[in-house]
Design a protein around this ligand. Structure first.
Ligand SMILES: [Zn+2]
Length: 261
């Protein structure tokens, strides 16, 4: 990555609960962005140890292989327990620290409604972490190391509110993404925009095979509407033949909301 002193270290950071979520919900979008020479990153909140197929080590190997296909420049998995993604102060600090470290211009979060609690909780957690990451008087790393809220009146050891210096290390400067968008694939809602990933489709299929996704693959006959149905019941790629409402043969759905943090 480039120097952390630049305003944006990566162009787009995608955050999700599980290690194959990004590949399913916005892998094509990230691939398209990286093919245009922009820097992308992925933060997985958990290591995916509760998946019905394989282990956390399997997920790590698959994530590494998928990264090569997607061309991401940065990826990390936090240690939040799988199936127990909670919007706690500690977890918000962990994500806020990553946001300061990676300094993304655009953040992609999962949509805030869905079947799996980890998915919609990751959405709210990511949004609130962005807010914390922008607070000049909060040092997420220092707060994490004490496991106490620096805002708490009862904290035994009060952190200095302007804690730019922490244990001799310089705190990362505050940062908030310019824009947050949502990947809506796991929820049945009309997207506000779609990204045409027709040209990324073959690579996208390669990646689905690399991660041994639990998806059911329907390599479509002409006119088939849904080539891939994920284990979550969402449409990994919607194939419209002839070109459907989106105007693209293959597209990734996203939602944009008008709000600033
Ligand atoms: Zn998931």
């Amino acid at each position: 990555m480039t120097s952390l002193s630049s305003k944006y270290s990566i162009d787009v950071l995608a955050i999700a609960a599980h290690r194959d979520d990004i590949e399913q919900t916005c892998g094509g979008t990230l691939l398209k962005i990286s093919q245009r020479g922009q820097r992308t990153g992925i933060l997985d909140l958990t290591k995916g140890e509760m998946g019905t197929r394989g282990t956390a080590e399997d997920r790590a190997r698959e994530a590494e292989a998928a990264d090569r296909v997607l061309g991401v420049t940065w990826r990390r998995a936090l240690d939040i327990p799988d199936s127990r993604v909670e919007n706690t102060w500690e977890n918000r600090l962990k994500v806020a620290h990553v946001i300061r470290e990676t300094r993304p211009r655009v953040l992609i979060l999962p949509y805030w409604k869905g079947r799996h609690p980890d998915h919609y909780t990751a959405s709210i957690l990511g949004y609130e972490a962005c807010f914390l990451a922008g607070l000049a008087k909060l040092d997420p790393q220092a707060a994490l190391s004490t496991q106490q809220s620096p805002f708490s009146q009862n904290a035994g050891t009060q952190l200095p509110l302007d804690s730019r210096q922490t244990g001799g290390a310089t705190a990362l400067p505050p940062h908030r993404p310019f824009k947050i968008i949502y990947a809506t694939l796991y929820y049945d809602i009309r997207p506000t925009f779609v990204v045409d990933i027709t040209e990324q489709f073959e690579a996208r299929l390669v990646m689905a095979e690399v991660i041994e996704s639990p998806s059911i693959l329907f390599r479509g006959m002409a006119g088939s509407l849904i080539p891939i149905v994920t284990a979550h019941g969402g449409h990994l790629l919607a194939r419209n033949n002839p070109k459907g409402a989106s105007g693209h043969e293959y597209s990734s759905p996203h939602r944009q909301v008008q709000r600033t943090i």
